[in-house]
Structures are given as structure tokens and as C-alpha cells.
Ligand binder design. Structure first.
Ligand SMILES: C[S@@+](CC[C@H](N)C(=O)[O-])C[C@H]1O[C@@H](n2cnc3c(N)ncnc32)[C@H](O)[C@@H]1O
Length: 263
């Protein structure tokens, strides 16, 4: 294995040691967009007769099951290491849900980032409440924070790409509530043999695109240390940004590389 990290590549590595490598090699991402484990797996809720392949696939993964203490320590460590590699003016976006928003926001504040928005992803096609004992879970969140005082924020670009126009057709400011579907249909990568989603938590590319266009410029470097099926890498490439990242599982890296090859 080469000792020098290459840009525009996904490494098979644990996020903590990967962040140490970035620090050592002074590789400093302008933007981090990441979707960490939410620590929501391991419950005994099972969807009987669940044969759907897409977003209605219960998340139940070994990488997503930790004790409360382990999870906070892990979250704190990768967020602290992220802060240490980023320079003033850089941004970080972290996906979360009710399961981990507390840990994420606490760690983000403790290490020294300044939270600018909690973006709500209002899902227009949520999974119904199976237990019928809670409101339908139809939102996730993205904690958007910056390091230092002079962060990149491409206000005009965000106005242009905002689909929510004024009644007279004029562009409007991008709000911090994004009404978007879950990743389904053509965008969802499926196993041709089983027709099931290859990754249980593949994110919608539009979420990443907004962060990339809003908080980075062409040729900037975008990091995702929980790369999964490669959504951050694909969105970076399509929008003329460089990317780098890591992922624990070979099968997801293969999926990500296949996506990159055709994008
Ligand atoms: C929530 S998923 C990311 C999904 C991704 N956003 C996508 O669109 O496909 C989190 C990913 O992090 C990986 N992962 C979990 N723990 C990790 C660790 N310690 N270091 C690196 N990757 C890890 C998992 O294998 C999983 O693919």
C-alpha cells in the first residue's frame, strides 16, 4: 500500500486511522459531508414478510450497533479529528436522526465548530409507522457547522438551485428545510440478482449536491469518512470537486467505484 494518499480515491480503512493519515499528510478538506452510523440497529423490531428492496429495508447492520458510551466516544473522536484536519473557513455537514442528533451536536460544539443550521430533510415518501405508536418518522437532519469566521457560503448559487420559487417566479433564499424523497427508483442501487438495495442507507444525491454547491468551490476537496455506496464521491465528481474518503466494507467500495466509473 502506498504511503501517500491519492485524491479522488476511496480507501478501505477505519475512519479514525484514516483521519490520522490525513492529519499526518496535511490533507485538509474544504468540506466534509458525511453520513455516520446512527446507532439505531439492534432493536428487535422486524418487518414480517418484508420483501421490498428499496428504502423500506430495515437498517440492521453490525457497524451500527454500539452502547451509548461507545457511541458518544466514537462520535466525539471522529468529529475531533475532523476539526483538527480542517482549516479556518472549512465546513462540515453531518447527517443524523433522532437517534444521534444529541451526540453529534454536543461533539460538534465541544470540539470548536460553530453550528450554523440544523437542516431538516422532510421526506416526502417516508416509511409508514409500523408500530402505529409514534408519529410517522418523516425527517432526518443534517448538522451544518463551520470552523473559524470566514466560511464559504455560496448564497447566490443556492438561490439559483432552490426549486422553491416565489409566486412571481423569482429565486428565493434556500431555507433549512429540504423537502426531498428518500433515495428510491433509478437512483437506488440494487443487486440485479435479488433486486434489493445494495446499501441500507444510500443517501439521495441531491442532499449532498446542495451542501457541495453551497459550501465549496470548484476543485475543492470533499471528504467523507463513511463513504458507503459512494454518494458523496459521485456528487463531488459530478460537481467538479475532488473527493477522498474511506469505508470499512469492500462490497460497498466496489459499488462506489462502479458508480464513479459511469458518472
Ligand atoms: C450510514 S452509511 C453511509 C451511506 C452513504 N451515505 C451512502 O449514500 O451510501 C455508513 C457507512 O459507514 C461505514 N462504517 C461504519 N463504521 C465505520 C468506520 N469506523 N470507519 C469507516 N467506515 C465505517 C459502514 O460500512 C457504512 O457503509
Amino acid at each position: 500500500m502506498s504511503n501517500i494518499l491519492e485524491i479522488n480515491k476511496i480507501y478501505k480503512q477505519d475512519c479514525l486511522s484514516f483521519l490520522d493519515r490525513l492529519y499526518k499528510e496535511k490533507i485538509s478538506p474544504n468540506l466534509i459531508f458525511t453520513d455516520p452510523p446512527y446507532n439505531l440497529s439492534g432493536s428487535d423490531l422486524n418487518l414480517k414478510n418484508n420483501t421490498t428492496g428499496g428504502a423500506f429495508y430495515k437498517v440492521n447492520e453490525a457497524w451500527d450497533t454500539m452502547s451509548e458510551d461507545e457511541y458518544f466516544n466514537f462520535t466525539y473522536q471522529w468529529i475531533k479529528k475532523s476539526f483538527d484536519i480542517q482549516k479556518d473557513g472549512a465546513s462540515i455537514y453531518i447527517c443524523c436522526s433522532l437517534h444521534n442528533i444529541g451526540e453529534v451536536t454536543m461533539a460538534v460544539k465541544q470540539v470548536g465548530y460553530s453550528i450554523k443550521n440544523i437542516i431538516t430533510w422532510a421526506k416526502i415518501n417516508p416509511m409508514p409507522s409500523i408500530t402505529k405508536r409514534t408519529y410517522t418518522h418523516s425527517s432526518e437532519f443534517i448538522v451544518y457547522a463551520v470552523k473559524g469566521k470566514k466560511w464559504t457560503f455560496n448564497y447566490e448559487t443556492l438561490k439559483l438551485i432552490n426549486p422553491d420559487k416565489a409566486i412571481n417566479g423569482k429565486d428565493r433564499q434556500m431555507r433549512d428545510v429540504w423537502s426531498l424523497p428518500q433515495c428510491q427508483g433509478k437512483e437506488r442501487i440494487k443487486d440485479p440478482q435479488t433486486n434489493r438495495a445494495v446499501h441500507s442507507t444510500q443517501k439521495l444525491e441531491e442532499l449532498v449536491k446542495r451542501a457541495i454547491l453551497g459550501s465549496s468551490n470548484e476543485n475543492d476537496l470533499v471528504l467523507d469518512m463513511f463513504m458507503g455506496s459512494g454518494t458523496t464521491a459521485v456528487a463531488s465528481k459530478r460537481n467538479k470537486r475532488n473527493f477522498i474518503g474511506c469505508e470499512l466494507e469492500d462490497r460497498y467500495i466496489t459499488v462506489a467505484n462502479n458508480r464513479l466509473a459511469v458518472n
